[in-house]
Design a protein around this ligand. Structure first.
Ligand SMILES: [Zn+2]
Length: 284
């Protein structure tokens, strides 16, 4: 049963890459082809997908390419704008304005591999009411600060906090999911099923989104994990699409005083600092 009928609930994959990267390190910065992803998703009953670029040294170009894919089939795809907090410093607001106003994108993607998230990114996301999908690469403690400083911005921390399956990080993320209303996660690539189950139980199904990390992971295999949680049908539907739709409900709606001056200031304030007491921990 490939495509759901009109009464079937929508299934949304909130995490899939698309387009060509400009590196040759690995698939993640080289190419994210949808040729196999789409029939696999169709076979699994996944009828909508949020797309963002592969790693790219020029996110303006990468986002433009994703926009071309999204606008060819807007009923099938949503677009997220990839921003690099460091390389795009000072132009994040402009990138998001283009993404929202010209491409109709509904979210932001940030990866710790590029740089740590900054106030500039959070404030620009807030200005356009966009959720931020931020891969923290195990640095889940930042959720405490994001929840405290930006309670009105929603953050999706993919892979339960660690694509590398760092058990400590994933366990710690569940605490943030449970305590902070604006911290969410996705199921993409999570292998430790007991932790996924624990997240659903402690944080609730309204804090978890189905995501596949396609095209590199098989969307049907990833979807099977959500089914295996054996949630009540209403709760499962939240994970499979309801939560995503709620998070993008206001996407693109300008909020507060949206001005370039504000963002110029945010850009200046942004500084990457190490932990000044890092040396002390060694002696503790
Ligand atoms: Zn990914």
């Amino acid at each position: 049963m490939p495509w759901p009928g009109p009464k079937s609930p929508v299934i949304i994959d909130c995490h899939c890459h698309a387009g060509i990267g400009d590196g040759l390190t690995g698939p993640w910065d080289t190419r994210a082809p949808l040729g196999k992803y789409l029939p696999r998703a169709a076979q699994a009953g996944i009828n909508r997908t949020a797309l963002f670029a592969a790693f790219h040294s020029d996110n303006a170009a990468a986002n433009r390419e994703v926009a071309r894919i999204v606008t060819r089939n807007p009923g099938r795809f949503y677009g997220f704008a990839f921003v690099d907090p460091k390389r795009d410093r000072g132009r994040v607001f402009r990138l998001l304005r283009t993404a929202v106003e010209e491409y109709g994108f509904v979210g932001v993607k940030v990866h710790r591999h590029d740089a740590r998230i900054t106030r500039e990114v959070c404030e620009a996301a807030r200005a356009f009411s966009l959720p931020v999908l931020y891969d923290v690469m195990g640095e889940v403690s930042v959720c405490e600060l994001l929840a405290q400083e930006y309670p009105d911005v929603n953050f999706i921390i993919p892979h339960l906090g660690s694509f590398a399956d760092d058990w400590r990080a994933q366990l710690a993320l569940i605490d943030h999911l449970a305590r902070h209303p604006n911290i969410f996660t996705d199921t993409a690539g999570v292998r430790r099923f007991d932790l996924l189950e624990q997240a659903a139980r402690r944080a609730g199904p309204d804090k978890i989104l189905f995501g596949s990390d396609g095209p590199w992971l098989h969307p049907g295999v990833e979807l099977a994990k959500v089914r295996a949680l054996n949630l009540a049908s209403g709760a499962e539907q939240l994970v499979l699409g309801g939560n995503f739709l709620r998070l993008i409900r206001d996407a693109g709606r300008a909020r507060g005083r949206v001005g370039m001056a504000l963002f110029a200031r945010a850009g200046v304030l942004e500084m990457e600092r190490g932990d000044p007491w890092a040396g002390e921990y060694a002696h503790a």
